[in-house]
Design a protein around this ligand. Structure first.
Ligand code: NDP
Ligand code: 2IT
Length: 448
Protein backbone atom coordinates (compact mmCIF):
# COMPACT_ATOMS: atom_id res chain seq x y z
CA UNK A 1 0.00 0.00 0.00
CA UNK A 2 1.36 3.41 -1.01
CA UNK A 3 2.11 6.21 1.42
CA UNK A 4 -0.79 8.35 0.16
CA UNK A 5 -3.35 5.63 0.83
CA UNK A 6 -1.88 5.17 4.29
CA UNK A 7 -2.35 8.84 5.08
CA UNK A 8 -5.93 8.78 3.80
CA UNK A 9 -6.76 5.69 5.84
CA UNK A 10 -5.26 7.29 8.91
CA UNK A 11 -7.43 10.39 8.53
CA UNK A 12 -10.56 8.27 8.12
CA UNK A 13 -9.64 6.30 11.22
CA UNK A 14 -9.17 9.48 13.25
CA UNK A 15 -12.55 10.79 12.09
CA UNK A 16 -14.33 7.59 13.06
CA UNK A 17 -12.59 7.36 16.40
CA UNK A 18 -13.23 10.97 17.32
CA UNK A 19 -16.99 10.84 16.65
CA UNK A 20 -18.01 7.19 16.33
CA UNK A 21 -21.75 7.88 16.11
CA UNK A 22 -21.61 10.31 13.17
CA UNK A 23 -22.21 7.75 10.43
CA UNK A 24 -23.44 10.18 7.74
CA UNK A 25 -20.35 12.31 8.29
CA UNK A 26 -18.09 9.25 7.99
CA UNK A 27 -19.85 8.33 4.76
CA UNK A 28 -19.29 11.81 3.27
CA UNK A 29 -15.63 11.86 4.32
CA UNK A 30 -15.00 8.37 2.89
CA UNK A 31 -16.66 9.33 -0.36
CA UNK A 32 -14.44 12.37 -0.88
CA UNK A 33 -11.18 10.96 0.47
CA UNK A 34 -11.75 7.78 -1.54
CA UNK A 35 -11.11 9.84 -4.69
CA UNK A 36 -8.04 11.73 -3.51
CA UNK A 37 -5.19 9.21 -3.67
CA UNK A 38 -3.81 10.38 -7.04
CA UNK A 39 -3.98 14.01 -5.88
CA UNK A 40 -2.17 13.32 -2.63
CA UNK A 41 0.50 11.40 -4.55
CA UNK A 42 1.07 14.47 -6.69
CA UNK A 43 1.10 16.88 -3.73
CA UNK A 44 3.24 15.60 -0.85
CA UNK A 45 3.19 19.16 0.52
CA UNK A 46 -0.49 18.63 1.48
CA UNK A 47 0.49 15.72 3.70
CA UNK A 48 3.37 17.62 5.21
CA UNK A 49 1.01 20.45 6.12
CA UNK A 50 -1.48 18.08 7.78
CA UNK A 51 -4.05 19.36 5.34
CA UNK A 52 -6.39 16.35 5.27
CA UNK A 53 -6.55 16.24 9.05
CA UNK A 54 -7.56 19.92 9.09
CA UNK A 55 -10.01 19.54 6.21
CA UNK A 56 -12.19 17.01 8.04
CA UNK A 57 -12.55 19.12 11.19
CA UNK A 58 -15.03 22.03 11.08
CA UNK A 59 -13.49 25.40 11.92
CA UNK A 60 -16.25 25.92 14.48
CA UNK A 61 -19.46 24.19 15.62
CA UNK A 62 -22.19 26.13 17.35
CA UNK A 63 -24.98 24.36 19.26
CA UNK A 64 -27.68 26.14 21.16
CA UNK A 65 -31.01 25.87 22.95
CA UNK A 66 -34.12 26.99 21.07
CA UNK A 67 -37.12 27.39 23.39
CA UNK A 68 -40.43 28.45 21.83
CA UNK A 69 -44.10 28.77 22.74
CA UNK A 70 -46.57 26.46 21.02
CA UNK A 71 -50.17 27.47 20.36
CA UNK A 72 -51.28 25.97 23.67
CA UNK A 73 -48.89 28.28 25.49
CA UNK A 74 -46.60 25.41 26.39
CA UNK A 75 -42.85 25.93 26.11
CA UNK A 76 -41.18 23.53 23.69
CA UNK A 77 -37.46 23.04 23.34
CA UNK A 78 -35.31 22.14 20.34
CA UNK A 79 -31.61 22.17 19.58
CA UNK A 80 -30.11 24.56 17.04
CA UNK A 81 -26.88 24.12 15.10
CA UNK A 82 -24.57 26.03 12.82
CA UNK A 83 -21.39 24.37 11.57
CA UNK A 84 -18.73 26.70 10.17
CA UNK A 85 -16.93 24.08 8.15
CA UNK A 86 -14.43 25.83 5.95
CA UNK A 87 -13.79 29.49 5.11
CA UNK A 88 -10.72 29.06 2.89
CA UNK A 89 -12.39 30.45 -0.22
CA UNK A 90 -15.07 32.76 1.20
CA UNK A 91 -17.56 33.41 4.01
CA UNK A 92 -19.43 30.33 5.25
CA UNK A 93 -22.39 29.63 3.00
CA UNK A 94 -25.00 26.92 3.16
CA UNK A 95 -28.55 26.14 4.11
CA UNK A 96 -30.50 25.57 7.31
CA UNK A 97 -32.46 22.33 7.70
CA UNK A 98 -35.45 21.88 10.02
CA UNK A 99 -36.20 18.17 10.33
CA UNK A 100 -36.54 15.84 13.34
CA UNK A 101 -33.62 13.73 12.06
CA UNK A 102 -31.14 16.63 12.37
CA UNK A 103 -28.14 15.99 14.60
CA UNK A 104 -24.53 17.13 14.66
CA UNK A 105 -23.34 14.31 12.39
CA UNK A 106 -25.87 15.27 9.72
CA UNK A 107 -24.93 18.94 10.00
CA UNK A 108 -21.25 18.02 9.61
CA UNK A 109 -21.85 15.80 6.58
CA UNK A 110 -23.83 18.61 4.92
CA UNK A 111 -21.23 21.25 5.81
CA UNK A 112 -18.41 19.06 4.49
CA UNK A 113 -20.22 18.42 1.19
CA UNK A 114 -21.08 22.10 0.96
CA UNK A 115 -17.41 23.06 1.14
CA UNK A 116 -16.57 21.14 -2.05
CA UNK A 117 -19.82 22.03 -3.82
CA UNK A 118 -19.23 25.73 -3.19
CA UNK A 119 -15.67 25.35 -4.43
CA UNK A 120 -16.94 23.75 -7.66
CA UNK A 121 -19.35 26.65 -8.19
CA UNK A 122 -16.35 28.82 -8.98
CA UNK A 123 -17.74 31.55 -6.71
CA UNK A 124 -16.10 32.93 -3.53
CA UNK A 125 -18.07 31.03 -0.89
CA UNK A 126 -16.91 28.79 1.95
CA UNK A 127 -18.86 25.88 3.42
CA UNK A 128 -21.35 25.92 6.28
CA UNK A 129 -24.62 24.31 7.32
CA UNK A 130 -27.08 24.51 10.15
CA UNK A 131 -30.56 23.77 11.32
CA UNK A 132 -32.57 22.18 14.06
CA UNK A 133 -34.32 18.97 15.06
CA UNK A 134 -37.54 21.03 15.02
CA UNK A 135 -40.30 19.32 13.01
CA UNK A 136 -42.26 21.89 10.97
CA UNK A 137 -44.93 19.35 10.00
CA UNK A 138 -48.34 20.20 11.43
CA UNK A 139 -47.14 23.42 13.06
CA UNK A 140 -49.20 26.58 12.70
CA UNK A 141 -47.80 29.65 11.02
CA UNK A 142 -47.50 31.34 14.41
CA UNK A 143 -45.53 28.42 15.81
CA UNK A 144 -43.18 28.48 12.84
CA UNK A 145 -42.64 32.22 13.33
CA UNK A 146 -41.96 31.96 17.04
CA UNK A 147 -39.56 29.10 16.46
CA UNK A 148 -37.68 31.01 13.75
CA UNK A 149 -37.44 34.10 15.95
CA UNK A 150 -36.08 32.12 18.88
CA UNK A 151 -33.61 30.35 16.59
CA UNK A 152 -32.31 33.72 15.39
CA UNK A 153 -32.10 35.15 18.90
CA UNK A 154 -29.03 32.97 19.23
CA UNK A 155 -27.81 32.49 15.66
CA UNK A 156 -27.59 36.23 14.87
CA UNK A 157 -24.29 36.44 16.76
CA UNK A 158 -22.57 34.03 14.38
CA UNK A 159 -23.75 35.23 10.96
CA UNK A 160 -23.09 38.32 8.83
CA UNK A 161 -22.91 39.31 5.18
CA UNK A 162 -19.12 38.75 5.18
CA UNK A 163 -19.12 36.08 7.89
CA UNK A 164 -21.78 33.46 7.26
CA UNK A 165 -24.84 33.65 5.01
CA UNK A 166 -27.48 30.93 5.62
CA UNK A 167 -30.30 29.91 3.25
CA UNK A 168 -32.96 27.21 3.03
CA UNK A 169 -32.76 23.41 2.91
CA UNK A 170 -35.24 20.72 3.95
CA UNK A 171 -38.10 22.32 5.91
CA UNK A 172 -36.80 25.85 5.35
CA UNK A 173 -38.19 27.90 2.47
CA UNK A 174 -39.07 31.52 1.80
CA UNK A 175 -41.50 31.72 4.72
CA UNK A 176 -38.93 30.59 7.30
CA UNK A 177 -36.14 32.69 5.76
CA UNK A 178 -38.48 35.71 5.97
CA UNK A 179 -39.14 35.21 9.69
CA UNK A 180 -35.47 34.63 10.45
CA UNK A 181 -34.32 37.62 8.41
CA UNK A 182 -36.93 39.82 10.10
CA UNK A 183 -35.65 38.82 13.53
CA UNK A 184 -32.02 39.29 12.47
CA UNK A 185 -32.82 42.87 11.42
CA UNK A 186 -34.60 43.58 14.65
CA UNK A 187 -31.61 42.41 16.65
CA UNK A 188 -28.86 44.05 14.61
CA UNK A 189 -30.47 47.00 12.82
CA UNK A 190 -28.66 45.81 9.69
CA UNK A 191 -30.21 45.36 6.26
CA UNK A 192 -27.26 43.59 4.76
CA UNK A 193 -28.51 40.48 3.02
CA UNK A 194 -27.39 37.97 5.62
CA UNK A 195 -29.76 35.35 4.20
CA UNK A 196 -30.31 34.15 0.66
CA UNK A 197 -33.56 32.74 -0.63
CA UNK A 198 -35.27 35.89 0.63
CA UNK A 199 -38.64 37.02 -0.75
CA UNK A 200 -38.51 39.10 -3.92
CA UNK A 201 -39.88 42.19 -2.15
CA UNK A 202 -37.01 42.46 0.30
CA UNK A 203 -33.78 41.61 -1.47
CA UNK A 204 -34.34 38.10 -2.81
CA UNK A 205 -33.13 37.12 -6.25
CA UNK A 206 -35.35 36.14 -9.12
CA UNK A 207 -34.59 32.56 -10.03
CA UNK A 208 -33.31 31.43 -6.62
CA UNK A 209 -36.46 29.38 -5.95
CA UNK A 210 -36.04 27.48 -9.21
CA UNK A 211 -32.24 27.36 -9.16
CA UNK A 212 -31.39 23.97 -7.67
CA UNK A 213 -33.90 22.06 -9.79
CA UNK A 214 -33.23 24.00 -12.96
CA UNK A 215 -29.48 23.76 -12.38
CA UNK A 216 -29.76 19.99 -11.98
CA UNK A 217 -31.37 19.73 -15.40
CA UNK A 218 -28.82 22.08 -16.98
CA UNK A 219 -26.11 19.80 -15.62
CA UNK A 220 -27.88 16.68 -16.90
CA UNK A 221 -28.28 18.30 -20.29
CA UNK A 222 -24.52 18.99 -20.51
CA UNK A 223 -23.68 15.46 -19.42
CA UNK A 224 -26.09 13.92 -21.94
CA UNK A 225 -24.89 16.20 -24.74
CA UNK A 226 -21.33 15.09 -24.09
CA UNK A 227 -22.54 11.50 -24.54
CA UNK A 228 -24.60 12.09 -27.66
CA UNK A 229 -27.96 11.99 -25.86
CA UNK A 230 -30.66 14.39 -24.70
CA UNK A 231 -33.58 14.72 -22.31
CA UNK A 232 -36.38 15.02 -24.88
CA UNK A 233 -39.05 12.31 -24.65
CA UNK A 234 -37.20 10.44 -21.90
CA UNK A 235 -39.03 8.88 -18.97
CA UNK A 236 -38.00 10.57 -15.73
CA UNK A 237 -38.79 9.82 -12.09
CA UNK A 238 -38.10 12.33 -9.35
CA UNK A 239 -38.23 11.57 -5.64
CA UNK A 240 -39.42 14.26 -3.26
CA UNK A 241 -41.93 17.01 -3.97
CA UNK A 242 -40.23 19.92 -2.25
CA UNK A 243 -38.24 22.80 -3.65
CA UNK A 244 -35.60 20.83 -5.54
CA UNK A 245 -37.92 18.12 -6.90
CA UNK A 246 -40.62 20.54 -8.06
CA UNK A 247 -38.32 22.74 -10.12
CA UNK A 248 -36.33 19.81 -11.44
CA UNK A 249 -39.66 18.45 -12.72
CA UNK A 250 -40.60 21.82 -14.19
CA UNK A 251 -37.37 22.12 -16.17
CA UNK A 252 -37.43 18.46 -17.23
CA UNK A 253 -40.93 18.96 -18.65
CA UNK A 254 -39.83 22.16 -20.36
CA UNK A 255 -37.05 20.15 -21.99
CA UNK A 256 -39.62 17.68 -23.29
CA UNK A 257 -39.20 14.84 -20.79
CA UNK A 258 -42.07 12.80 -19.32
CA UNK A 259 -42.03 13.06 -15.52
CA UNK A 260 -43.94 9.98 -14.42
CA UNK A 261 -43.62 9.94 -10.63
CA UNK A 262 -42.88 12.07 -7.57
CA UNK A 263 -42.97 11.32 -3.83
CA UNK A 264 -42.93 12.55 -0.27
CA UNK A 265 -41.84 10.80 2.91
CA UNK A 266 -45.11 8.83 3.04
CA UNK A 267 -45.42 7.51 -0.49
CA UNK A 268 -45.34 8.18 -4.20
CA UNK A 269 -47.63 9.10 -7.04
CA UNK A 270 -47.41 7.51 -10.49
CA UNK A 271 -49.15 9.38 -13.29
CA UNK A 272 -48.87 7.60 -16.65
CA UNK A 273 -49.97 10.82 -18.38
CA UNK A 274 -47.16 12.82 -16.76
CA UNK A 275 -47.18 14.62 -13.41
CA UNK A 276 -49.28 17.81 -13.38
CA UNK A 277 -47.00 20.23 -11.59
CA UNK A 278 -49.64 22.85 -10.88
CA UNK A 279 -51.34 20.31 -8.63
CA UNK A 280 -48.08 19.37 -6.89
CA UNK A 281 -47.21 23.02 -6.29
CA UNK A 282 -50.62 23.80 -4.85
CA UNK A 283 -50.68 20.74 -2.58
CA UNK A 284 -47.08 21.11 -1.34
CA UNK A 285 -46.22 24.83 -1.53
CA UNK A 286 -49.58 26.40 -0.67
CA UNK A 287 -51.74 23.87 1.16
CA UNK A 288 -48.76 22.07 2.78
CA UNK A 289 -50.57 18.74 2.47
CA UNK A 290 -49.46 15.22 1.51
CA UNK A 291 -48.77 14.10 -2.05
CA UNK A 292 -51.47 11.43 -1.86
CA UNK A 293 -54.04 14.25 -2.38
CA UNK A 294 -52.89 14.31 -6.01
CA UNK A 295 -54.93 11.27 -7.06
CA UNK A 296 -58.19 12.88 -5.96
CA UNK A 297 -57.89 15.31 -8.86
CA UNK A 298 -56.18 13.01 -11.32
CA UNK A 299 -57.94 9.63 -11.22
CA UNK A 300 -55.65 8.18 -13.89
CA UNK A 301 -52.78 8.43 -11.34
CA UNK A 302 -52.03 5.94 -8.58
CA UNK A 303 -50.76 6.54 -5.07
CA UNK A 304 -48.61 3.96 -3.27
CA UNK A 305 -47.61 4.00 0.39
CA UNK A 306 -43.86 3.95 1.11
CA UNK A 307 -41.43 6.32 -0.60
CA UNK A 308 -38.92 3.64 -1.66
CA UNK A 309 -41.31 2.11 -4.17
CA UNK A 310 -40.73 4.97 -6.57
CA UNK A 311 -37.47 3.31 -7.67
CA UNK A 312 -39.40 0.32 -9.03
CA UNK A 313 -40.89 2.42 -11.85
CA UNK A 314 -39.30 1.89 -15.24
CA UNK A 315 -37.46 5.01 -16.42
CA UNK A 316 -34.51 6.35 -18.42
CA UNK A 317 -33.43 9.01 -15.96
CA UNK A 318 -33.79 8.94 -12.17
CA UNK A 319 -33.39 12.08 -10.08
CA UNK A 320 -33.33 11.54 -6.29
CA UNK A 321 -34.31 14.94 -4.85
CA UNK A 322 -35.52 14.15 -1.30
CA UNK A 323 -32.88 13.25 1.28
CA UNK A 324 -29.68 11.40 2.20
CA UNK A 325 -29.44 7.66 1.65
CA UNK A 326 -32.92 7.45 0.11
CA UNK A 327 -31.61 5.21 -2.68
CA UNK A 328 -29.95 1.98 -1.54
CA UNK A 329 -28.32 -0.95 -3.34
CA UNK A 330 -31.58 -2.88 -3.66
CA UNK A 331 -33.33 0.06 -5.31
CA UNK A 332 -30.29 0.73 -7.51
CA UNK A 333 -30.38 -2.84 -8.79
CA UNK A 334 -34.09 -2.60 -9.59
CA UNK A 335 -33.51 0.65 -11.48
CA UNK A 336 -30.71 -0.98 -13.48
CA UNK A 337 -32.80 -4.07 -14.25
CA UNK A 338 -35.53 -1.75 -15.52
CA UNK A 339 -33.11 -0.06 -17.90
CA UNK A 340 -32.23 3.25 -16.22
CA UNK A 341 -29.16 4.81 -17.89
CA UNK A 342 -28.79 8.17 -16.17
CA UNK A 343 -28.82 9.07 -12.49
CA UNK A 344 -28.32 12.62 -11.27
CA UNK A 345 -28.44 13.59 -7.60
CA UNK A 346 -30.56 16.60 -6.67
CA UNK A 347 -30.55 15.84 -2.94
CA UNK A 348 -27.34 15.77 -0.88
CA UNK A 349 -25.84 12.25 -0.67
CA UNK A 350 -29.09 10.52 -1.73
CA UNK A 351 -27.36 7.35 -2.94
CA UNK A 352 -25.69 4.93 -0.55
CA UNK A 353 -22.08 3.95 -1.44
CA UNK A 354 -23.34 0.53 -2.59
CA UNK A 355 -25.92 2.18 -4.85
CA UNK A 356 -23.23 4.38 -6.44
CA UNK A 357 -21.10 1.29 -7.03
CA UNK A 358 -24.06 -0.40 -8.73
CA UNK A 359 -24.54 2.61 -11.02
CA UNK A 360 -20.87 2.74 -11.96
CA UNK A 361 -20.53 -1.02 -12.47
CA UNK A 362 -23.46 -0.84 -14.88
CA UNK A 363 -22.09 2.07 -16.85
CA UNK A 364 -24.74 4.63 -15.95
CA UNK A 365 -24.16 8.31 -16.57
CA UNK A 366 -23.85 9.34 -12.92
CA UNK A 367 -23.93 12.97 -11.75
CA UNK A 368 -22.89 13.39 -8.09
CA UNK A 369 -24.74 15.82 -5.84
CA UNK A 370 -21.91 18.21 -5.11
CA UNK A 371 -21.70 19.04 -8.82
CA UNK A 372 -25.25 18.47 -10.00
CA UNK A 373 -27.14 20.34 -7.25
CA UNK A 374 -24.73 23.28 -6.99
CA UNK A 375 -27.13 25.55 -8.87
CA UNK A 376 -28.99 26.51 -5.69
CA UNK A 377 -26.03 27.76 -3.74
CA UNK A 378 -24.55 29.35 -6.85
CA UNK A 379 -27.68 31.42 -7.32
CA UNK A 380 -27.51 32.24 -3.62
CA UNK A 381 -24.07 33.70 -4.34
CA UNK A 382 -25.65 35.68 -7.17
CA UNK A 383 -28.21 36.98 -4.65
CA UNK A 384 -25.33 38.08 -2.41
CA UNK A 385 -23.75 39.94 -5.35
CA UNK A 386 -26.99 41.72 -6.16
CA UNK A 387 -27.48 42.69 -2.50
CA UNK A 388 -23.94 44.12 -2.31
CA UNK A 389 -24.51 46.13 -5.47
CA UNK A 390 -27.98 47.26 -4.33
CA UNK A 391 -29.22 46.17 -7.73
CA UNK A 392 -31.27 43.28 -9.03
CA UNK A 393 -30.98 41.31 -12.20
CA UNK A 394 -33.88 40.04 -14.32
CA UNK A 395 -34.93 36.42 -14.22
CA UNK A 396 -33.36 35.93 -17.64
CA UNK A 397 -30.02 37.34 -16.50
CA UNK A 398 -29.92 35.14 -13.40
CA UNK A 399 -31.01 32.07 -15.35
CA UNK A 400 -28.37 32.67 -18.03
CA UNK A 401 -25.68 32.97 -15.34
CA UNK A 402 -26.95 29.78 -13.70
CA UNK A 403 -26.77 27.90 -16.98
CA UNK A 404 -23.25 29.18 -17.51
CA UNK A 405 -22.20 28.14 -14.00
CA UNK A 406 -23.62 24.61 -14.43
CA UNK A 407 -21.90 24.24 -17.81
CA UNK A 408 -18.62 25.35 -16.25
CA UNK A 409 -19.01 22.94 -13.35
CA UNK A 410 -19.62 20.10 -15.81
CA UNK A 411 -16.47 20.88 -17.76
CA UNK A 412 -14.36 21.43 -14.64
CA UNK A 413 -15.51 18.08 -13.24
CA UNK A 414 -15.14 16.06 -16.42
CA UNK A 415 -11.72 17.60 -17.11
CA UNK A 416 -10.48 16.71 -13.63
CA UNK A 417 -11.73 13.14 -14.11
CA UNK A 418 -9.85 12.83 -17.40
CA UNK A 419 -6.70 14.49 -16.06
CA UNK A 420 -6.50 12.02 -13.19
CA UNK A 421 -6.99 8.98 -15.38
CA UNK A 422 -10.72 8.39 -14.76
CA UNK A 423 -12.49 9.83 -17.83
CA UNK A 424 -16.26 9.95 -17.40
CA UNK A 425 -16.12 9.34 -13.65
CA UNK A 426 -17.77 12.55 -12.50
CA UNK A 427 -17.76 11.47 -8.86
CA UNK A 428 -13.98 11.32 -8.81
CA UNK A 429 -13.78 14.47 -10.95
CA UNK A 430 -16.04 16.45 -8.62
CA UNK A 431 -14.17 15.36 -5.52
CA UNK A 432 -10.77 16.18 -7.01
CA UNK A 433 -11.71 19.52 -8.58
CA UNK A 434 -13.66 20.61 -5.49
CA UNK A 435 -10.83 19.59 -3.20
CA UNK A 436 -7.97 21.20 -5.13
CA UNK A 437 -9.28 24.75 -4.92
CA UNK A 438 -9.98 24.47 -1.19
CA UNK A 439 -6.62 22.79 -0.56
CA UNK A 440 -4.66 25.42 -2.51
CA UNK A 441 -6.45 28.22 -0.66
CA UNK A 442 -5.76 26.57 2.70
CA UNK A 443 -2.09 26.11 1.83
CA UNK A 444 -1.77 29.76 0.80
CA UNK A 445 -3.30 30.91 4.09
CA UNK A 446 -0.91 28.93 6.30
CA UNK A 447 -1.65 26.51 9.10
CA UNK A 448 -5.04 27.88 10.07
P1 NDP B 1 -38.00 20.49 0.94
O1 NDP B 1 -38.22 20.56 2.39
O2 NDP B 1 -38.55 21.55 0.07
O3 NDP B 1 -38.49 19.10 0.36
C1 NDP B 1 -37.99 17.90 0.84
C2 NDP B 1 -38.70 16.76 0.15
O4 NDP B 1 -38.03 15.55 0.47
C3 NDP B 1 -40.14 16.60 0.60
O5 NDP B 1 -40.89 16.06 -0.45
C4 NDP B 1 -40.00 15.62 1.74
O6 NDP B 1 -41.18 14.90 2.01
C5 NDP B 1 -38.92 14.71 1.23
N1 NDP B 1 -38.18 14.13 2.37
C6 NDP B 1 -37.55 14.79 3.36
N2 NDP B 1 -37.04 13.95 4.26
C7 NDP B 1 -37.36 12.74 3.83
C8 NDP B 1 -37.13 11.44 4.33
N3 NDP B 1 -36.45 11.25 5.49
N4 NDP B 1 -37.60 10.39 3.60
C9 NDP B 1 -38.28 10.58 2.44
N5 NDP B 1 -38.54 11.80 1.94
C10 NDP B 1 -38.09 12.83 2.62
O7 NDP B 1 -36.39 20.42 0.76
P2 NDP B 1 -35.51 20.69 -0.53
O8 NDP B 1 -36.24 20.34 -1.76
O9 NDP B 1 -34.94 22.04 -0.38
O10 NDP B 1 -34.31 19.66 -0.30
C11 NDP B 1 -34.29 18.35 -0.85
C12 NDP B 1 -32.86 17.85 -0.92
O11 NDP B 1 -32.08 18.71 -1.76
C13 NDP B 1 -32.11 17.82 0.41
O12 NDP B 1 -31.19 16.75 0.38
C14 NDP B 1 -31.34 19.14 0.40
O13 NDP B 1 -30.21 19.08 1.22
C15 NDP B 1 -30.95 19.19 -1.07
N6 NDP B 1 -30.60 20.50 -1.60
C16 NDP B 1 -31.43 21.57 -1.47
C17 NDP B 1 -31.08 22.78 -2.05
C18 NDP B 1 -31.98 23.95 -2.01
O14 NDP B 1 -31.64 24.97 -2.63
N7 NDP B 1 -33.12 23.91 -1.36
C19 NDP B 1 -29.81 22.96 -2.77
C20 NDP B 1 -29.05 21.74 -2.92
C21 NDP B 1 -29.44 20.59 -2.32
P3 NDP B 1 -42.09 15.33 3.28
O15 NDP B 1 -42.80 16.56 2.85
O16 NDP B 1 -42.97 14.16 3.48
O17 NDP B 1 -41.16 15.54 4.42
O1 2IT C 1 -27.41 22.10 -0.04
C1 2IT C 1 -27.41 23.23 -0.55
O2 2IT C 1 -26.58 23.56 -1.40
C2 2IT C 1 -28.44 24.18 -0.11
N1 2IT C 1 -29.29 23.82 0.69
C3 2IT C 1 -28.42 25.59 -0.62
C4 2IT C 1 -27.49 26.44 0.20
C5 2IT C 1 -27.51 27.91 -0.13
O3 2IT C 1 -26.78 28.62 0.60
O4 2IT C 1 -28.18 28.36 -1.03
Amino acid sequence: MGHSQKVIDEVIEVVKKRDPQETEFHQAVLEVLGSLKPVIEKHPEFVKAGLLHRLVEPERMIMFRVPWHDDQGKIQMNRGYRVHFNSAIGPYKGGLRFHPSVNLGIMKFLGFEQTFKNSLSGLPIGGGKGGSDFDPKGKSDGEIMRFCQSFMNELYRYVGADVDVPAGDIGVGAREVGYMYGQYKRLTMLYNGVFTGKGLDYGGSLGRKQATGYGLLYFVQEMLKDNGKDVTDKKVIISGSGNVATYAAEKAQEMGAHVLAMSDSNGYVYDPEGIKLDTIKRIKEIERKRIKEYVQEHPQAQYYEGSKGIWTIKCDIALPCATQNELDEESAKILVTNGVWCLAEGANMPSTPEAIKTFKDNGLLFAPAKAANAGGVSTSALEMSQNSMRLSWTFEEVDAKLKDIMTNIYSRVSQAAAEYGRPGDLEVGANIAGFLKVANAMMAQGAV
